[in-house]
Design a protein around this ligand. Structure first.
Ligand SMILES: [Zn+2]
Length: 341
């Protein structure tokens, strides 16, 4: 059954459904995309970072039917449903797990990083160079990382912040972007129309180019490896190592339907701060992704199980050699801290 309700994250009118699982609230929001909150993780709704996380990473039904959705269901449950999905049973769709650690690790860590996220988003959203991007005010809050909730000093509970304060902060951020010369907008002197229109300037596009070439943007790390049941412990060990270094691991099979090399995969590599490659299974995809990342000047961290013969070209590179999966998390975390941070 579908009803129209205010989205608990951004306040927009959204479709609320309960068809995937009765212990969850499933929303299709024009701002936050498709997401599901299980009642056991209901407090995540109060995380002020959730709004921007969903806005930037949303899954929307655009021209094709979208089966993916963000969910607080456990990682294990997501794996199970995803496997069903790949085998043709679409009852539970294609879940993409989220939790507060994943959101924290994705969230920009500095003001400068926020600016970079915003500019990159605008360049992706505009289909053509010079095209204006129009955003509803709820989208603008997500884009600009405006906290809509805060802990109330008296009640000590998470409470919504007043609209005029949020608008004021959005105006401050827009003003900054205009003054830096990255955008022009029809928002003026603290008055923000909804929808607001934003245009990246040539200077904004130059920044996009620099960011896409540079090594220093974002908190995502793409992981290239062989996917499958037999490599699950390896996947989780790599995930832990990246997460403990406060980055967000992207496994392409968790965000897209197939493991082929696609424009979306290449985009994930371009948007990653670094790439982690496990070469144990000698798979061509992993070699290709490593080469592509190196061509862009991205740092690459190699892993390989002991006694596996590496391809000569990359055997020279400093590689983390592991005996069992337990060796991986600490070594990987330390390597990231030493070479990326
Ligand atoms: Zn929403």
């Amino acid at each position: 059954m579908t009803t129209t309700k205010a989205c608990p994250v951004c306040g927009s009118q959204a479709n609320a459904q309960q068809n995937y699982d009765s212990l969850c609230a499933f929303y299709v929001c024009p701002v936050c995309g498709r997401y599901e909150i299980t009642y056991s993780s209901i407090e995540l709704i109060n995380d002020p970072k959730l709004q921007s996380f969903l806005f930037y990473n949303r899954f929307m039904d655009d021209s094709i039917t979208e089966y993916r959705y963000h969910t607080t269901l456990s990682k294990e449950k997501c794996d199970e449903y995803k496997k069903d999905f790949e085998e043709g049973d679409i009852t539970h769709g294609h879940p993409v797990h989220m939790d507060s650690d994943i959101i924290d690790n994705w969230y920009p860590k500095s003001f400068a990083e926020r600016v970079d996220y915003i500019i990159l988003y605008l360049s992706k959203r505009a289909k053509h160079i010079g095209q204006r991007v129009t955003l509803k005010v709820e989208e603008l809050y997500g884009l600009l990382f405006i906290d809509r909730k805060e802990i109330d000093a008296f009640s000590r509970k998470m409470e919504p912040r007043q609209d005029f304060i949020c608008l004021d902060e959005a105006g401050y951020m827009l003003n900054f972007l205009v003054e830096e010369g990255f955008i022009t907008t029809d928002a003026k002197d603290g008055s923000i129309p909804s929808p607001v229109s934003i245009l990246l300037t040539p200077k904004g596009y130059a920044r996009v180019d620099a960011l896409q070439k540079a090594v220093s943007c974002g908190s995502n790390a793409l992981v290239a490896m062989k996917f499958g049941d037999e490599t699950k412990p390896l996947r989780e060990a790599i995930r832990k190592g990246i997460k403990d270094a406060r980055y967000n691991a992207i496994f392409i099979d968790e965000v897209q339907h197939n493991d082929f090399i696609t424009p979306e995969l290449l985009k994930h590599i371009r948007d990653s701060k670094f790439v982690v490659v496990d070469l144990t299974h000698q798979n061509n995809g992993a070699y290709f992704e490593e080469g592509y990342a190196m061509g862009l000047g991205k740092p690459v961290i190699q892993l390989c199980k002991r006694h596996v013969q590496l391809h000569f070209d990359i055997a020279q590179k400093n590689t983390i050699i592991w005996d069992t999966e337990e060796d991986i998390p600490d070594r990987l975390t330390n390597r990231i801290k030493a070479t990326i941070d």
